[in-house]
Design a binder for this molecule. Structure first.
Ligand code: PMP
Length: 309
């Protein structure tokens, strides 16, 4: 009985792998300042759970099930500003794994509603503490009852960046290997930047990797909370960024409008920041192929969208 239940959940989690990733690499046609610089973005919302976080959440859950750390009614516990929580929740619901999330109180109502609908237990933390405080709360809950929980720890779990190393980067290389000159994305847990940069540089050390950071004015804005954690995530590899670039909030919002009008893409604030960073870079180059990520779309950011349009 126990054995068949275990093999059933292993079968289910492996089968789910076919529905994670494989997102389009979409060439932006009208926003680049010059024809000789191409900008391509991975449309990461086009997958299970609607964001880039499907990949690390799936890989973290898969490895925990294979190691025997999840299953047997154990609760997956983590801190998240939203997208990772939604990814854990969708995958958890499908596999019958209960999920508890420590979430800063000021997460958007769309995120809270989605999590409730997916059956997640939410532990709210203060809106001023951002994800650092949520991480501390998750650790405290785990330490109080270690047998009850599997602490997924997206900020310190190697299976976060490995998901991008094994899938996102390979999908990029399958399309533009030999052409890509620059990879640009913002830092949250740093999983996507770390995993993709590491693989791209192994294949071609001439590819320039650029990490984007929000400017000071971004504090408290939905969609950026992971990008403003005070603590450096455990999985961050400082050797990978060739360069850092700042993106201004106001510019990112203008770019969100531009992507909607010129490309027909309603992207999220962090995706818009990635596009703005790519445009800033394109301005400096004579030629090149820039690849970036659009982590999610505008659907979960109705307050921002209402204020812009
Ligand atoms: N943008 C959004 C909307 C996100 O949800 C995340 C991840 N939480 C990021 C950017 C940053 O990605 P990463 O955690 O891989 O650094």
């Amino acid at each position: 009985m126990v054995i068949s239940q275990e093999s059933e959940i292993i079968e289910s989690v492996l089968a789910l792998g076919n529905h994670i990733g494989n997102t389009p690499l979409y060439e932006l046609q009208h926003v680049s300042p010059k024809k000789s610089v191409r900008i391509l973005a991975k449309l990461e919302w086009m997958q299970f759970g609607g964001s880039v976080k499907a990949r690390p959440a799936y890989n973290i859950i898969k490895q925990a099930i294979l190691n025997g750390d999840l299953g047997h009614g154990k609760i997956l516990l983590d801190a998240s500003s939203g997208n990772t929580a939604i990814a854990y929740a969708t995958i958890g619901a499908r596999l019958g794994i209960p999920v508890t999330i420590c979430l800063p109180e000021n997460a958007s109502w769309e995120r809270k509603m989605l999590l409730k609908g997916l059956g997640v237990t939410i532990v709210y933390t203060s809106k001023f503490g951002s994800t650092d405080e949520a991480q501390e709360k998750a650790l405290e809950l785990y330490q109080n009852e270690p047998d009850k929980y599997f602490l997924a720890d997206q900020y310190g779990n190697e299976n976060n960046w490995k998901a991008h190393y094994e899938t996102t980067s390979e999908e990029i290389l399958a399309k533009v290997s030999g052409e890509i000159t620059h990879f640009v994305t913002g830092l949250g847990t740093t999983g996507s930047f770390t995993g993709i940069s590491k693989r791209l540089k192994e294949v071609n050390s001439d590819i320039t990797t650029i990490a984007l950071q929000p400017d000071g004015a971004l504090h408290g804005l939905e969609g950026w909370k992971d990008m403003e954690t005070a603590k450096v995530p455990g999985i961050y590899d400082p050797s990978l960024a060739d360069r850092f670039m700042n993106v201004d909030t106001f510019d990112a919002y203008e770019t969100l409008k531009l992507a909607a009008k010129k490309e027909g893409l309603m992207i999220s604030p962090s995706a818009a920041a990635n596009l703005k960073g790519s445009l800033q870079l394109a301005d400096e180059l004579d030629e090149g192929v820039i690849v970036t990520l659009f982590p999610d779309n505008a659907e979960k950011y109705s307050e921002v969208i209402k204020s812009l349009f």
